[in-house]
Ligand binder design. Structure first.
Ligand code: ATP
Ligand code: MG
Length: 387
């Protein structure tokens, strides 16, 4: 018996002529997720088979595969010779391991791709169901909603499996181009990056820090968050931009009510310049409508006015609760809530404008000549490749 992993993919099936491109990218993602496993990857009839993973690492390999975008689900399976007795014995061993004597309902699902196999899929369902019922008094049949699905596929070998583990879904990384994520140390931006990467984008990330008002630990936290997102999104080019001079200039020379929104405009502008150099075509933020003063509709218009690139805000219609649920699922939440200061929180005004006007904000911004400060910030930006 050989251990293999079946990988199913979802939305790629909808693709027409460029489907091979999506499949190639998916296989690339699978190879990356399984580097060091000695795995061989084979594609056949809308399925991917992973072979050669050693017994004791199958669970770990499945876990890695469920984080690959484009993967709908995975099943650890046994590949055995197409001999009826071997099929029955293998199915029985799997059922034993899965039920451990507990009462359970089940159903056999079979598919006969190799038509030379003497039994039809109906025969297999019926005969194997019967064999299992005889051997396991704890089993009963439920054809509608079985707790246990015993699946048999007759191909070049017989594949048997009882588990289907859901994958991350989405589109394979690198099929949608590159965008730059504005990443803070908060809960929202890592989730925003995850959601856009899920649609196939490769990520650059831009973080603004304000030494000495923000600490080394706040910076490390952002690197950690980028690393957690990269477990799904693949390698991330993280740019760390010193922002203190600009922030102090805003703080000292612009109307106090407008400092946050001005800061947001400058962040966007610098992020856009970095994104361009990185070959990114859009920006991503973790903003949600109405969450804070800088995320009212008027504020978002003022922020967008500072840049030309499209700004993706995948969380725009999300409640905080929904965002937290995703953050917990992708494992960024615990890191995000570590209590280190962010450069936004250090300089928040007491009464920020909630309905800023584009014209007025352009005027306020013109009070200071930021061009040299922006150049200096970009020149001092540090690049870390996170993976
Ligand atoms: P988050 O939870 O992601 O920190 P937030 O609710 O704290 O978001 P804001 O602080 O208003 O909201 O920031 C809104 C968005 O602006 C963030 O989601 C992020 O995309 C970007 N942003 C905020 N601070 C920074 C920063 N220091 N560096 C880079 N981007 C930032
Ligand atoms: Mg924040």
């Amino acid at each position: 018996m050989e251990h293999i992993i079946l990988v199913r993919y979802g939305e790629i099936h909808l693709k027409g002529l460029n489907r091979p491109f999506f499949e190639r990218k998916l296989i690339e993602g699978i190879h990356n997720a399984l580097s060091g496993f000695g795995a061989k990857v084979r594609r056949e009839q809308g399925r991917i088979y992973v072979l050669g993973v050693s017994d004791d690492r199958v669970e770990e390999a499945c876990d890695n595969l469920t984080r690959v975008f484009g993967v709908h689900s995975v099943s650890p399976a046994a590949a055995v010779e197409k001999d009826w007795n071997v099929i029955v014995e293998t199915a029985a061993r799997m059922v034993e391991a899965e039920t451990q004597g507990d009462k359970m309902t089940f159903k056999v699902f079979s598919r006969r791709a190799d038509k030379r196999f003497p039994m039809t899929s109906e025969d297999i369902n019926h005969e194997l169901g019967h064999e299992l019922l005889v051997r396991f008094p704890n089993l009963s049949v439920d054809v509608r909603t079985p707790e246990l699905k015993v699946c048999v596929e007759i191909r070049d070998k017989a594949f048997l499996y009882v588990r289907e583990i859901m994958g991350a879904g989405g589109m394979p990384t690198g099929t949608a181009g590159r965008a730059a994520l504005l990443i803070s140390g908060g809960i929202d931006s890592p989730v925003a990056g995850y959601l856009m990467a899920k649609r196939g984008l490769e990520l650059s990330a831009v973080h603004f820090y304000s030494y000495p008002y923000t600490s080394e630990r706040a910076r490390d936290k952002v690197i950690d968050l980028a690393r957690l997102v990269s477990r799904y999104a693949g390698p991330i080019r993280l740019h760390l931009v010193p922002f203190t001079d600009i922030q102090l200039a805003i703080y000292e020379q612009c109307p106090p009510k407008e400092t946050t929104i001005l800061m947001r405009r400058l962040m966007m502008r610098i992020a856009e310049m970095i994104a361009e150099k990185d070959g990114a075509l859009a920006l991503i933020t973790g903003e949600a409508l109405g969450q804070v003063a800088s995320q009212t509709l008027e504020s978002l218009c003022v922020t967008d006015d500072a840049v030309h690139m499209p700004v993706f805000r995948p969380l725009i219609g999300f409640d905080k609760e929904d965002i937290v649920a995703i953050a917990k699922r992708i494992n960024t939440f615990e890191t995000s809530i570590l209590p280190y200061e962010d450069c936004c929180t250090v300089f928040v005004p007491q009464h920020p404008v909630t309905k800023p006007e584009v014209k007025k904000l352009r005027e306020s911004e013109a009070l200071v000549d930021f061009s040299e400060m922006i150049e200096k910030a970009i020149a001092a930006t540090e690049l870390i490749e996170v993976s």
